[in-house]
Design a protein around this ligand. Sequence first.
Ligand code: 9YT
Length: 134
Amino acid sequence: MIVRQLQDAEKTSRKIVDPKGNWDSTRLLLKSDGMGFSFHITTIYAGADFQMHYQNHLESVYCMSGKGEVETLADGKKYPISPGTLYILDQHDKHVLRAFEEMKMACVFNPPLTGKEVHNAEGAYELDADEIEE
Ligand code: 9YT
């Protein structure tokens, strides 16, 4: 069994700060743990308004605190986010996330992140070299 404490992990390289200033994320469980998914505690900063498109990953996001909304760009639908909301990007949905106040989220990625990923120009994370099919 593996046990980790968020407060400890936040003091290590598990905590990644978005270079664009929208979020930080402490990646508590990673590909190297061999679970088939990764698990992160993400803070979305108040006023953040940014686009993501996880072309290479599926992500589920559970809101623990704060308020905001997520908009799917294919159909322009906006979904309010408050504590208790889970949104599931099962279609690799291109989306915009807005934080009306700071939000704390629990995020799960499949395939799992290796740990150092930040968004590329499309708002996606690149795959590890061994995950790319020829
Ligand atoms: C909700 C979301 O995707 N935020 C961006 C950070 C991501 N959760 C991560 O890398 O942990």
